[in-house]
Design a binder for this molecule. Structure first.
Ligand SMILES: [Zn+2]
Ligand SMILES: [Zn+2]
Length: 370
């Protein structure tokens, strides 16, 4: 993905104030709005880009995350998965801009709107997240009601002109010497009202529909990674484009492996004898068993690195390592024979001193006996 710098898109410096950003956005949004450029492809892309840049830079939290992580900030969980072009940002801001520009004369029913972005969670096993997987799941998305073709009116009827505003979508009323124009509340500015509602959608013109989604999950995703599927969000209004589907991955814990960014941590237990004498042990990795040499005199808690046996990254080719942390296992139940040998071992250890020379305790004792 070739993403441009959000600041560059809006043509503002990195230390631009919120007001500067808003001003730059308004200017560009007006210039590149699809309605003004007759659906020119290049302009449409540009318009999307401008909106995306603004949705991030106008939000304090997202902006600071973007400043820190760049375009990767979505992967850092910074996006919060809310709508980028959904009704919140799109209708509020564009509506704002256009009511300024067109004097609020545009009725929303004829306006092309992009559909909302929607979010779905996807459970993955540890292996699926690390290795990548082809998944199929069902989502519910809002689409135009087929019964009424999205009009909201019962089959055979049509929405009629709003009686409150006579189709203008606006109500004028006097306030002192002034005439104030407000959006008609009866029709929400659409200029239409539905008297005989479609039963399927209850007059809204839209219904929730289940849809199967097939998705290839790239290797290396983690919990709360966001995968975006274009055009699988809510359907647009009046021929506007559909929103996107944001698939948020939830990775299940593994019985053996823990994940630390791109490294895999594995806790292995070895016996005291193995720690003292050294050994070669089998280590499970995601890529099959590996042999690991435990050196003579290994301490509990020591770590060993199996290079490149960790997790890849969907954005670069670097692969993490598997880190094996060994722990000396203290048996809870032992046989009489084992006890006997251990006691004997302990006697010899004491006679030698713990490290072959005199232990600290003996040295202290010697000091007092002098
Ligand atoms: Zn309907
Ligand atoms: Zn009205």
């Amino acid at each position: 993905m070739n993403k441009r710098d959000y600041y560059e898109i809006l043509g503002v410096p990195r230390d631009a104030t919120d007001a500067d950003i808003k001003k730059a956005y308004r200017k560009l949004a007006l210039q590149h709005h699809p309605d003004r450029t007759n659906g020119d492809k290049g302009s449409e892309e540009k318009f999307k880009e401008i909106n995306e840049a603004y949705s991030v830079l106008s939000n304090q939290e997202k902006r600071s995350q973007y400043d820190t992580y760049g375009h990767n900030f979505e992967r850092m969980g910074g996006m919060g998965h809310e709508d980028i072009f959904g009704s919140t940002v799109f209708e509020d801001l564009i509506g704002d801009v256009f009511s300024d520009f067109f004097g609020g004369r545009r009725s929303s029913r004829s306006r092309k709107f992009r559909g909302k972005d929607i979010e779905a969670e996807l459970d993955l096993t540890f292996e699926e997240a690390v290795m990548g997987a082809d998944k199929e799941f069902t989502i519910k998305r809002t689409v135009a009601c087929t019964q009424c073709s999205g009009t909201g009116a019962r089959t055979g009827t049509k929405p009629s002109v709003c009686r409150a505003c006579h189709g203008s979508g606006q109500i004028n009323y006097r306030q002192g010497f002034l005439t104030v124009t407000k959006t008609c509340h009866a029709c929400n500015g659409s200029g239409y009202e539905i008297i005989d509602k479609c039963k399927e959608c209850n007059g809204t013109g839209r219904v929730l529909k289940e849809e199967k989604i097939k998705l290839h999950v790239p290797s290396g995703v983690d919990t709360d990674s966001v995968l975006r599927i274009q055009g699988k969000g809510s359907e647009g209004y009046n021929g506007g484009p559909a929103g996107d589907l944001h698939v948020v991955t939830k990775v299940k814990e593994h019985a053996l492996f823990k994940r630390e960014e791109q490294n895999i941590i594995l806790d292995m237990f070895i016996s005291y004898a193995q720690a003292v004498l050294g050994d070669t042990i089998k280590i499970p990795t995601l890529y099959g068993d590996e042999e690991l040499k435990i050196p003579v005199g290994t301490d509990s808690g020591e770590t060993f690195v199996l290079k490149h046996k960790g997790i890849g990254n969907p954005y670069d080719s670097r692969k993490g390592d598997q880190i094996v942390r060994v722990h000396i296992e203290v048996p809870k139940h032992i046989s009489d024979r084992q006890k006997e040998i251990l006691k004997e071992f302990d006697e010899i250890t004491k006679a030698y001193g713990r490290t072959g020379s005199k232990g600290l305790f003996d040295k202290v004792k010697d000091l007092f006996q002098q």
